[in-house]
Design a protein around this ligand. Structure first.
Ligand SMILES: C[C@H](O)[C@H](O)[C@H]1CNC2=NC(N)=NC(=O)C2=N1
Length: 103
């Protein structure tokens, strides 16, 4: 089982994920995505679901019409690990494929 990232490693990892921010009150990162409509948002979620399943690591998320809010945390260690960083990159890639209208 991977261990939670140390502060320095976390800061370095987040430099490569400029649109993600640390989640207030917990050891996790989050990002919100906005799309043109529900169909675009749900297409993105489908791409993320498949990528997450392949990676064996899964997001906490919610969807309201054209918006998708995502939190990444490794539940088994109760904090942020390299698996969350990898999944954040996969999610950013999935968003680029679907062109969020704004984010
Ligand atoms: C058995 C399976 O690999 C685990 O339950 C995985 C699945 N996806 C997961 N996703 C997240 N975010 N945290 C986990 O601890 C986790 N565990």
């Amino acid at each position: 089982m991977p261990t939670a990232l140390y502060a320095a490693d976390r800061a370095t990892a987040l430099l490569g994920l400029p649109k993600w921010r640390e989640c207030e009150g917990r050891d996790a990162i989050c990002r919100s995505f906005h799309f043109s409509d529900f169909s675009a948002a749900f297409s993105f979620m489908t791409r993320v679901a498949l990528a997450a399943e392949r990676a064996g690591h899964h997001p906490e998320w919610s969807n309201v019409y054209d918006r998708v809010d995502i939190v990444l945390c490794s539940h088994d260690v109760g904090g942020l690990t390299e698996r969350d960083i990898l999944l954040a990159h996969l999610i950013d890639d999935a968003a680029h494929d679907g062109e969020p209208s704004r984010s």
